[in-house]
Every structure is written in C-alpha cells, then in structure tokens.
Design a protein around this ligand. Sequence first.
Ligand code: NI
Length: 261
Amino acid sequence: MKIIDTHCHLNDVSYAEDLQEVLEKCQKVGVRVCFNTADSLPSFEKILSLAKAYPGFFFSVLGIHPEFAKEKDSYFDEAFLFIKQHRNAIKAIGEIGLDYHFDRSEETKERQKEVFIRQLRLAKELSLPVVIHSRDADKDTYDIIRQERPPVLDLHCYSGSCEMMENYLRLGLDFHIGIGGVLTFKNARVLKEVVLKAPLSILLTETDSPYLTPTPYRGKRNDPSYLPLVLKEISSLKGLDEEDCAERLFENAEKFYGIEN
Ligand code: NI
C-alpha cells in the first residue's frame, strides 16, 4: 500500500529516542511521505533539519499555531522572515487558524483572527497552500476563509458538519479536509457521514501524530504506521478497495502539496 501522512509532528520531543524505529515501522506498512507541521517558531529549525536528513520522505509545513497567537508582534515578524527566507524548503503554511477551546475571551479571539489573516496573506504572497487548524471556532474560521479566499487549503483534522463542508465546497476554492484517527472513534458519527458524502478528491490522510491515535490504540502515542486503520475506515465508507483508495488519497496529497513521488 502507498500511504501519505499529510499532517504530523514527528519533530515532537516524544520521538527523540526512537524516531528511526518509528520510521522503519512506517515504511513496513507503506508510508512513503510525511509532512511535519510546525506549531511555533522554535519548531521551524527541527522540521527543516528532518526534511534535510530524510529527503523525499519528510517535507516541511511552517506556520504559527493559534495557541501562540498571544506572542508579541516581533515573534511573528521573526517567524515570517524565516518562512520567506526558507520559501523553497517548505510546502505549505501551517498549522494556522483559530482555537477557542481553552480561552474564549474577545481579546484572544481578536488576536487569533489577526495572526490567522496575516498568515493567510503570507501564504498567498508566497503562492503556498495553507493547512488550517480550527477548534471550537467553525463559524469564524469559515468567515475568514470566505473573506480571504486562500486558493488551496486543507482543514486539518476536520471536525465540522456536512453542511459546513458543503458551504466550503460552494466557495469554489481548492478545498480539502484532513481525516485521521478520529474517524475510527466510536463517537465519530458526524465525521463518518462527512467522509461518506465528501467527494473523494478532497480527502487527505493524516495522523496529527503524536496525538489522536486510532482505535484500538487510542491513548498511546500516535505515529503514521497506524494510518492503515484510518484507510480501512475510509475505503469501507467509500466502498473502495483499500489499495485503490490509498492510491487515490496519495494522489490527492501530491496534488495538494505540489510534490511528485
Ligand atoms: Ni497538528
């Protein structure tokens, strides 16, 4: 099987001891490409160094997660300068977006929106796709996307409704949704319906490793070698052979990120 992880964090400290073993496990099940996605400025260097160490296997997505929106303007100036200077070494801007889960104050919301918009504009300026994180902020995320219209976007770990997906599709953008371990959870009724109704061409496989490990390994550290569990679920919902489904989703991801493998 030919598998691609469009969103993970194998730069995370939890892999510091055994990354090589994890990668061997991944290669055994057919994982050929992984996109390490930044959350903060200090993660940038590590992500680029992994892509250098494993060319063609690791690719880099750089951006500032909404959790860090409270950082000073100078932090963002530095991050954006870094991204511009390394433009040719990165495949997308991410993960960027809105997360109201832990703090719903107006001040936080406004700051998150401001840095989200700035990063969407940076991506446009650099002609890069965007990888979006949206948690408990569906409507505001949608409103900003509708207004800013990033040409190529992935709503990573999609957690919205079918109706929301339809609304995005109507915007006429090159819109994708990332599907990972959550699809295998018992309570994933809405997400299953989303996958069932979504055009196959918008689906991307992802893990968000080290988080969101699929059933029956929920609670353990995640890694891309668990992706066959997600693919099994997607292919059964779509009524496709697993191998064919994996191939199609691989192609979706290649197109999304503009890579050839
Ligand atoms: Ni993530």
